[in-house]
Design a binder for this molecule. Structure first.
Ligand code: LLP
Length: 437
């Protein structure tokens, strides 16, 4: 729901971005509620359309975990993949505040992570969410803890599927050389052990192949690998009921990106799982998927104020903005590309090529290289598109920049959902030894 209004300004969710910036300052994440809800509904409805069995979409909270997003997605019946005590705490708190209680948590929250602490495992057991078990140490700890607490715990076993896909190597997770999950040669031992534990119910399997993936074939192949192991786990007598195929669908960051639609992705996943189960003559499991990026990525933009300019004749023109790698670490981390617009000059022709630099003390702190833009001057509002995923969630206070605010827009209404940090917030955790005071 973005458009250009009569003043030639960018308008999102019925709110003029220039007005939003006046009110909330920059850098500012602007979340369009309708776009967020649309992706949630597309996922949910496509599973209902293409999967004849039960299904549940769970949001990979790591993409952006905050209470407002959790609470909005919960109203769309989306569950949650959380990967730390902090994500579990944030999400359960949001659900409690939205009056979605224990039942939602037990049914729709899953704890991930390759090195969960004892405290995190205890928090998970106590909250009775489901746990994706990643390795032997964790499985043994869970067996002990659940027995001590005399509390049953439902687990899904994460396996390394050995499937390659084309994406940045830092965000590939399914290949054999991965820190995540059990290797194929460990699985039968895991099934035997799990079966013997009084308080462990091994109800499913999980695998995830990577992120920002545009191909559908790896997701198809994954269904076969998972179904093979699912059948084996059934043969071991485990109470298998769920199959989690991970997330990974890429989104469009720039014009050259051409990802499949959510519906196409879901169709592939569902048809592949149905076919794989039929071929092996096993009952259809409850099908879980855990999209992160494709759920929130396109819902959000980041607005910055343009500052100074440096022209290096015949080399490059830099324009600087008031944020950068602290609010969007993806370009410096993964060489990710983004599209930008000038929110107060939406219909002005592009007249120059500039490189948009952040304000951090690092040469690599570049948001976008060599982009054609209208002539900009100090005070213009530069907007980077599609920043909903892995931006705020990976934001830092590098150079002691305060983390930006986030505002939710919908039908002309703007609600602050994350406060801008203050200088006091920055020193809140700092202490001085008493002899220095
Ligand atoms: N499930 C598991 C087990 C995962 O590890 C991930 C992402 C997801 C689901 C969600 O994947 P998605 O649908 O978002 O592709 N920081 C990187 C992305 C790291 C992805 C980590 N795992 C980036 O900014 O590109």
């Amino acid at each position: 729901t973005a458009k250009i209004n009569d003043q030639n300004h960018l308008e999102i969710g019925g709110c003029d971005v220039v007005d939003l910036v006046k009110k909330f300052g920059t850098s500012l994440y602007i979340v369009d509620e309708q776009t967020l809800r649309t992706s949630a509904r597309q996922y949910r409805d496509a599973f209902r359309k293409y999967y004849p069995g039960q299904s549940q979409v769970i949001y990979a909270s790591k993409a952006w975990c905050c209470m407002a997003i959790a609470s909005i997605l919960a109203t769309e019946e989306i569950g949650f993949d959380v990967v730390s005590g902090g994500e579990l705490y944030t999400t359960t708190k949001a659900l409690e505040m939205s009056n979605l209680g224990q039942e939602y948590i037990q049914d729709k929250i899953y704890l991930h992570g390759n090195n969960k602490s004892i405290a995190e495992l205890e928090l998970a057991i106590d909250s009775q969410c489901k746990i994706m078990v990643d390795n032997w140490l964790e499985l043994e700890n869970l067996a002990k803890l659940s027995a001590q607490k005399q509390t049953p715990v439902s687990i899904l076993v994460r396996l390394t599927p050995g499937i390659e896909c084309h994406t940045h190597e830092y965000i590939r997770t399914g290949s054999i050389d991965s820190k995540f999950g059990f290797d194929a040669n460990q699985l039968e031992g895991v099934f035997t052990f799990a079966k013997e534990q009084e308080f462990i119910n091994c109800i499913g399997l999980h695998a995830h192949i990577g992120s920002q993936i545009f191909e559908l074939q790896p997701h198809h192949d994954l269904a076969g690998v998972l179904a093979d192991w699912y059948k084996k786990a059934l043969d071991y007598g485990l109470p298998m009921a769920e199959l989690n195929v991970g997330g990974g669908l890429g989104i469009r960051y720039t014009e050259s990106d051409d990802p499949p639609s959510i519906e196409q992705w879901v169709e592939t996943v569902c048809k592949s799982v149905v076919k794989a189960c039929q071929e092996r003559d096993i009952p259809l499991p409850k099908l879980i998927s855990e999209p992160g990026r494709s759920m929130v990525g396109s819902s959000t933009v980041t607005a910055y104020t343009v500052g100074g300019r440096k022209v290096i004749p015949d080399v490059r023109t830099y324009i600087s903005v008031d944020g950068g790698m602290s609010d969007n670490p993806r370009p410096i981390t993964y060489q990710s590309l983004y599209e930008v617009v000038i929110a107060n000059k939406m219909t002005s022709p592009n007249t120059e090529t500039v490189t948009v630099a952040g304000k951090h003390c690092e040469s690599g702190d570049i948001l976008v290289k060599n982009v054609a833009l209208p002539e900009t001057k100090e005070g213009d509002i530069l907007v980077v598109l599609a920043t909903g995923a892995y931006n705020y969630s990976m934001a830092s206070n590098y150079n002691r920049l305060a983390r930006p605010a986030a505002v939710l827009v919908n039908e002309g209404e703007a609600n602050l959902i994350i406060r801008r940090e203050t200088y006091d917030d920055l020193v809140k955790q700092d202490l001085l030894p008493s002899r220095l005071v």
